[in-house]
Design a binder for this molecule. Structure first.
Ligand SMILES: C[S@@+](CC[C@H](N)C(=O)[O-])C[C@H]1O[C@@H](n2cnc3c(N)ncnc32)[C@H](O)[C@@H]1O
Length: 581
C-alpha cells in the first residue's frame, strides 16, 4: 500500500479557519496522487465555510488523516465526509436513538461514528483499511459502546458478527429493537452491500446508505421498460421499501469524487412480510433467468424451467400478455408468475426444505439437550420412581446430560459479569444477576455429581450434599427467572398500552413495533410458565414434599417444561432458517 508522504505545507491560516484551524497547517501535499488537489482544497474551503463547525468538519478530518500521514486511497473509495450536517442527517434518516445498535461500514476517520455514539447508539464498525481501524479504535478507546473489526465487509460473516454483537450487549433487553445500518459507503461496493444487507430484515430495520446519486436513483425509482430496470430492483422491493432522501453534492467530500452522492433509506421488511413465495431462492433464480435474456420474451428465456405453453398460461393468469419481456414485469407480476409456475412447490423440494430445517434443528446442541431432557422427564413420569426400564432410561439420560453440559456454567458466568442493558430497574438487574450466579453454581456443582457417579470423585456423602445444594441453586434460579419475567412483562404491558394510545386501537395490528412488542410479551409469558414449572421440578427432585410432589408429578412438569424449551429453540431456528432458504 502506498503511504503517501504529504510534502508541501499550507503556510498561512486562511480567514475561513476556525479555532482549530491550526490543524490545517500540517496539511502537506503530494503532487503524485490525486491530481488537482490544490483546486480540491479551495473547493473544500468553500464547503467548510457553510458547514457547521463541530468536531468533524474539514479541519478534523484533515487533522485526523495527517496524524497518520495518510492520504485517501482511491481503490478503497476513500472520500471522507466534510459536512457534519450530512452525518447528522444520515443518522436522522435511520432515526438513530439512545440504545440502538448500529452497523457502520467504513468508519474512516470516525466522523459519522462520532455522531452515532453521541446519539447514544452502540456501534459495530467494519473497515478494510487497517490504518483507519487503528485510527477509530484509538479515537473511541474510551467508549464501551464501540467495536471495530478489520475486515472486507463484502467477505465478512456479517450475520454472525451481528448476532454476537447483539447477544453480548442486548441479552434480555425488554425493548429489544432491530439494529440499523448507517454508512457513507465506498461507491464500488454499494451493489454488493445492498444485496447482502437487504435480506436481513430479521436483524436490521433500517439501512441508510450514502450512494452514488445515479445508482441511488436507479435503485429507488427505476422506470419499467427501460434498460435501468434490473433484477436488483426486484430484490430491493422484495426485501425493503426504498426511499431517496436527498442529493449530496460532490463538494462535501474529500477528496472530491467525480459524481454527486445521495442518501437512500431502505426500510427493511421483516421476513414474515416478504411477498408470498414458496422459496426465495427459486423466486430469484426465476427473476435472474428472466433478465438473462433481457431482450427475449419470457416464454423463450424461461424455457429451461417450464414449457412455453405453461409459461404462456402463467402469464395469462397473472394478467400479462404472452409476449411479455422481463422489463415489463413489476415485483407483484414476478411473484404471480413464479407461484403459478409452482417453481419450487414440487413435493420433493418441499420435503427437502423440511428435512433441511430438521437437520439445522438437530445440529443445534441446545436442541439435542432439550430433547434428551424431555426423554428424561418423560421416563420419570412413566416410572413414577419405581425401578425398571423407565427408571433406567431416566437415570442414564440424566447422567448423559451432565456430561453434555460440561463447562456450560461459563455461559452464565459470562452473563453475570456482562453489563446490564441500560434502563433496567435495579431490582430486576439484581434478580437477573442472582439468577446467573445461581444457575452457574448449579451447573458447576452438577459436574461434581457426575464425577462421583463415574467413580472419579469418591466421597459419596459430600457429593450428595453438593448435589442437594446444586438443586437448591437451580430452584433459586428458577424463582429469580420467574420474578424477572414477571417484572419485564409488567414493563412491556405498560409500554404496549402507551403505544396503543399513540397509534389508536384500530391500526395497532398494522404497526410493526406493536406486533413486535406483542410477540415479545408472548415469549416472556411462555418463559414465565417454564420457569414456574422448573421451580416445581426442582422442588420435586429435592423431595421437599414427597407426598404431594411425587416423581410422577415431577416428571410431568419436567416433560412439559422441556417441550416449551424445544419449542423456544425451534422458534429461533425457524426464523434463522427461513432467512437462509
Ligand atoms: C467513503 S469512505 C467513508 C469514511 C467515513 N465514513 C466518512 O464518512 O468520512 C469509505 C470507507 O470505507 C472503507 N472501505 C473501503 N472498502 C471497504 C470494504 N470492502 N469493507 C469495509 N470497509 C471498506 C474505507 O477504508 C473508508 O474508510
Amino acid at each position: 500500500m502506498s503511504v503517501v508522504a504529504i510534502t508541501s505545507t499550507i503556510n498561512s491560516s486562511p480567514s475561513w479557519m476556525n479555532n482549530n484551524g491550526d490543524s490545517c497547517h500540517s496539511l502537506r501535499e503530494n503532487s503524485a496522487s490525486f491530481s488537482r488537489r490544490s483546486s480540491n482544497i479551495s473547493l473544500l474551503r468553500k464547503v467548510c465555510c457553510g458547514a457547521k463547525s463541530t468536531d468533524d468538519d474539514y479541519h478534523a478530518t484533515i487533522k485526523s488523516l495527517n496524524s497518520r500521514g495518510r492520504f485517501p486511497r482511491k481503490s478503497l473509495g476513500q472520500h471522507y465526509m466534510l459536512n457534519s450536517d450530512i452525518n447528522d442527517q444520515l443518522a436522522a434518516a435511520a432515526k438513530v436513538k439512545e440504545g440502538d445498535f448500529v452497523l457502520e461500514i467504513g468508519p474512516g476517520t470516525g466522523s459519522l461514528t462520532n455522531v452515532l455514539l453521541n446519539l447514544g447508539a452502540s456501534v459495530l464498525a467494519i473497515d478494510k483499511d487497517p490504518h483507519m481501524v487503528d485510527l477509530v479504535r484509538e479515537r473511541f478507546a474510551g467508549s464501551d459502546k464501540f467495536k471495530v473489526l478489520h475486515e472486507d465487509f463484502v467477505k465478512s460473516h456479517i450475520r454472525s458478527h451481528m448476532l454476537s454483537f447483539l447477544e453480548t450487549r442486548n441479552l434480555s433487553h425488554p425493548d429489544f429493537a432491530l439494529a440499523k445500518v448507517v454508512s457513507n459507503l465506498p461507491f464500488n461496493i454499494s451493489t454488493d452491500v445492498v444485496k447482502l444487507l437487504l435480506p436481513m430484515g430479521d436483524i436490521f430495520s433500517h439501512v441508510v446508505l450514502l450512494l452514488q446519486d445515479e445508482a441511488a436513483l436507479r435503485l429507488v425509482e427505476p422506470a419499467l421498460r427501460t434498460s435501468e430496470y434490473r433484477p436488483i430492483n426486484i430484490l430491493v422491493n422484495f426485501y425493503s421499501e426504498p426511499e431517496y432522501n436527498f442529493r449530496v453534492p460532490r463538494e462535501n467530500f474529500f477528496p472530491r469524487p467525480k459524481v454527486d452522492a445521495a442518501v437512500v433509506t431502505f426500510k427493511l421488511k421483516h421476513p414474515r412480510d416478504y411477498p408470498d413465495v414458496s422459496s426465495t431462492k427459486s423466486f430469484f433464480s426465476l427473476v435472474n433467468s428472466a433478465f438473462n435474456g433481457k431482450r427475449k420474451m419470457l416464454r423463450k428465456s424461461l424455457q429451461h424451467l417450464s414449457s412455453s405453453p405453461e409459461i404462456e398460461k402463467a402469464l395469462g393468469v397473472a394478467g400479462l400478455p404472452v409476449t411479455s419481456r422481463p422489463e415489463e414485469l413489476t415485483l407483484g407480476d414476478f411473484v404471480k408468475l413464479h407461484n403459478d409456475l409452482k417453481m419450487s412447490s414440487s413435493s420433493l423440494e418441499r420435503t427437502r426444505a423440511e428435512v433441511g430445517l430438521l437437520v439445522v434443528y438437530l445440529n443445534k446442541a441446545e436442541a439435542r439437550d432439550k430433547i434428551c431432557r424431555a426423554i428424561q422427564y418423560g421416563s420419570k413420569f412413566v416410572s413414577d420412581g419405581q425401578p425398571g426400564t423407565a427408571q433406567n432410561v431416566d437415570k442414564s439420560t440424566s447422567l448423559a446430560r451432565k456430561v453434555f453440559r460440561l463447562f456450560k456454567f461459563v455461559n452464565d458466568l459470562h452473563a453475570l459479569i456482562s453489563p446490564v442493558p441500560k434502563g433496567t430497574p435495579l431490582p430486576l438487574a439484581l434478580l437477573g444477576k442472582s439468577k446467573n450466579a445461581l444457575l452457574s453454581t448449579f451447573l458447576f456443582l452438577d459436574q461434581i455429581v457426575w464425577l462421583n457417579r463415574t467413580g472419579i470423585y469418591k466421597n459419596k456423602e459430600r457429593a450428595e450434599l453438593l448435589g442437594r445444594i446444586s438443586l437448591f441453586c437451580w430452584m433459586g434460579s428458577s424463582a429469580c427467572t420467574s420474578l424477572v419475567e414477571l417484572g419485564e412483562l409488567g414493563r412491556l404491558s405498560a409500554s404496549i398500552k402507551k403505544l396503543e394510545k399513540e397509534i389508536g386501537n384500530k391500526d395497532k395490528h398494522q404497526n410493526e413495533q406493536y406486533r413486535a412488542k406483542l410477540q415479545r410479551s408472548n415469549e416472556r409469558s411462555l418463559a414465565l410458565i417454564k420457569a414456574g414449572m422448573d421451580f416445581v421440578v426442582a422442588f420435586g427432585l429435592l423431595q421437599l414434599a414427597p407426598k404431594k410432589v411425587t416423581p410422577r408429578v415431577t416428571g410431568a412438569f419436567g416433560f412439559a417444561s422441556s417441550l416449551i424449551s424445544c419449542y423456544q429453540v425451534l422458534l429461533f431456528m425457524t426464523t434463522l432458517f427461513l432467512t437462509f432458504i
